[in-house]
Write a protein that binds this ligand. Structure first.
Ligand SMILES: [Zn+2]
Length: 122
């Protein structure tokens, strides 16, 4: 129940660059748990990045954030929590507008899981 061999198969780069960062491992899905990690192309090893559509991939997550400017021209920055249900953040937007009647501009935030694969490993 740990996602099979996906992370393990990648192993470590075999060159001298081998450090203990396991490139294809990812944090479990959760609120805000996805961190942006920059990976390199190691010598002899090509990494591919693609949307994760496997059966055990984390779900698409939806959220809304408020784009309204406050009186001192700073952004409101209020945002809903992420949800698998796209309508849930919309409910949040209505509630937020009720509290702040002038906040009528929003952006939908969609979190799509991606995964890295190492090509040419033996
Ligand atoms: Zn707002």
């Amino acid at each position: 129940m740990d996602g099979g061999t996906r992370g393990r198969a990648a192993g470590e780069p075999r060159a001298t660059l081998a450090r203990r960062n396991r490139p294809s491992e990812r944090t479990k899905p959760g609120r805000g748990a996805v961190t942006t990690t920059t990976r390199r192309t190691f010598r002899f090893v090509n990494w591919t990045l693609r949307p994760d559509q496997d059966d055990d991939a984390p779900p698409l997550m939806y959220g809304f954030r408020c784009l309204a400017l406050t009186d001192d021209d700073t952004g409101c920055a209020a945002k809903s929590s992420l949800s698998k249900d796209p309508t849930e953040p919309q409910t949040w937007a209505f509630a937020h507008r009720r509290e702040h009647p002038e906040h009528t501009s929003y952006a939908e935030v969609i979190e799509r899981p991606w995964v890295m694969w190492r090509e040419g490993s033996t």
